[in-house]
Design a protein around this ligand. Structure first.
Ligand code: AMP
Ligand code: ZN
Length: 131
């Protein structure tokens, strides 16, 4: 059984911050910023690519609500909501989860930077994705 399924089943302790019929939210064990949480569907699915639409919707709505609570309680200046999908994208636990990471200032231990890749052929990429 995966580690998040064990948390959902109560076999591994966690700090619960959100729960509804379909979704569990807990404090991330490694706090990137103060209040960093993860939200997971109670039914095991490996990642967002494999999730059904209902699961994806449930997680997104729960993320919005939890983000509002976290920002309000921590007085954060912003928040990142993100999911890593598969090893190439940094996923380390193969049970779908969204990170909700409150953001305060430039001293936050997280940096999300969009570097210029020199990819400029938008016409070809648009054709690839849509045709
Ligand atoms: P990712 O790298 O996107 O797959 O994120 C996995 C996250 O799960 C990491 O941020 C870990 O710190 C977190 N994590 C792993 N084990 C636990 C645990 N037992 N309780 C809470 N968070 C955990
Ligand atoms: Zn699982």
């Amino acid at each position: 059984m995966c580690i998040f399924c064990s948390i959902i089943n109560g076999e591994i302790p966690s700090y619960k911050v959100y729960e509804d019929e379909n979704v569990l939210g807990i404090l991330d064990i490694s706090q990137v910023t103060k209040g960093h949480c993860i939200l997971m569907p109670k039914r095991h699915v490996a990642n967002i690519l494999e999730a059904d639409d209902e699961t994806a919707k449930n997680l997104m709505v729960a993320s919005k609500h939890l983000a509002q609570t976290i920002v309000s309680k921590t007085n954060a200046n912003g928040v990142n909501i993100l999911t890593n999908c598969k090893e190439a994208a940094g996923q380390t636990v193969d049970h779908l989860h969204f990170h909700v990471i409150p953001r305060f200032d430039e001293s936050d231990a997280i940096e999300i930077t969009f570097n210029d890749s020199n990819i400029t052929n938008l016409e070809d990429i648009h054709t690839l994705l849509t045709k």
